[in-house]
Design a protein around this ligand. Structure first.
Ligand code: C2E
Ligand code: MG
Ligand code: MG
Ligand code: MG
Length: 281
């Protein structure tokens, strides 16, 4: 009640901070139990070839349905999992699950798996990739690991080595959310990324007429081409945006227009079906 707060800001601030910490602690306790309780599932979002619009990959996106908190968005629990290092066991589960589910798709379709810096700093990461691939029978060429620029912030050489080991197996690496982090073009020399994912903010900007966003996408596409990397535009929501992105020369498109993240069964069913029917008009 606004009337009660007239007496000075410190009065309200402390209890709120306490409530926030308490809420976070509860969430952490639940997160610790979530794997054992089988509360995670993966959803898959199609990535399509910009010209043919056929599916080239699915990005695995983790979902948490908590018995105590209901559905918790990854935007909320992934940072918590990273802070508490719970992302290490959770990420291991995601990797295995994604490989097993991708194994049921057509041979030419890849799976993209998000990997946090904490996972790459684990000495075990390389072995976990090998185990997930061999247990599932997925060819390494079908696994693309997505990392953000944050992997270059600390212990960069350890993270880079881990990714190079995965690349030596035949996996590829995509640079996610490009342009939103501590972008330094120097990073692009340090690792042979196969794909640069242009963040949704630029797609949104360009479609709203921002010349700056337009110019940035143009430049990233040109740079990627000369570095022998491909580009994926993230967050394409309308046919107009898809057309714009196609004209800018992006190789691949991901976004609600071509499909929202969906349960594994629905993803698999797309291949039996003529998938273009799901496109929103
Ligand atoms: P991300 O890797 O950049 O994933 C793309 C996010 O954009 C997803 O949000 C997806 O649902 C959303 N998105 C896709 N198309 C559109 C669109 O057209 N419009 C809009 N407005 N949004 C779109 P989601 O699933 O909430 O995931 C958020 C972030 O959580 C991911 O961003 C990723 O950084 C992280 N994350 C998700 N799953 C995992 C995981 O298994 N491991 C790790 N380490 N991080 C994960
Ligand atoms: Mg991603
Ligand atoms: Mg992304
Ligand atoms: Mg993004």
């Amino acid at each position: 009640r606004a009337k009660d707060t007239g007496g000075g800001s410190h009065y309200r601030f402390e209890p709120n901070l306490h409530a926030f910490a308490e809420e976070r602690r509860k969430l952490e306790v639940s997160l610790r139990n979530a794997l054992g309780r089988d509360e995670f599932i993966l959803h898959y979002q199609p990535v399509v070839d910009a010209r043919t619009e056929s599916i080239v990959s699915f990005e695995a996106l983790v979902r948490w349905n908590s018995s105590e908190h209901g559905f918790v968005s990854p935007g909320k629990f992934i940072p918590l999992a990273e802070d508490t290092r719970l992302i290490v066991p959770i990420g291991k589960w995601v990797l295995r699950q994604a490989c097993f589910e991708a194994r049921k798709w057509p041979e030419h379709v890849k799976v993209n798996v998000n990997v946090s810096p904490e996972q790459l700093l684990e000495p075990n990461f390389h072995q976990e990739v090998i185990d997930a691939l061999s247990a599932s029978g997925l060819r390494p060429e079908r696994l693309e690991i997505e990392v953000t620029e944050s992997i270059f912030l600390r212990d960069a050489s350890i993270a880079r080595n881990a990714l190079e080991q995965a690349m030596a197996l035949g996996c590829s690496v995509a640079l996610d959310d490009f342009g939103t982090g501590y972008s330094s073009l120097g990073y692009l020399r340090k690792l042979r990324f196969s794909t640069i994912k242009v963040d949704r903010t630029f797609v949104e900007g360009a479609s709203q007429g921002s010349n700056e966003s337009f110019a940035i996408i143009n430049a990233v596409v040109a740079m990627a081409k000369s570095l022998d990397m491909t580009t994926t535009a993230e967050g394409v929501e309308t046919s107009e945006e898809a057309e714009l992105i196609r004209n800018l020369g992006c190789d691949k498109i991901q976004g609600y227009y071509f499909g929202r993240p969906m349960p594994a069964d629905d993803a698999k069913r797309l291949f039996d079906d003529n998938w273009t029917r799901m496109k929103r008009a």
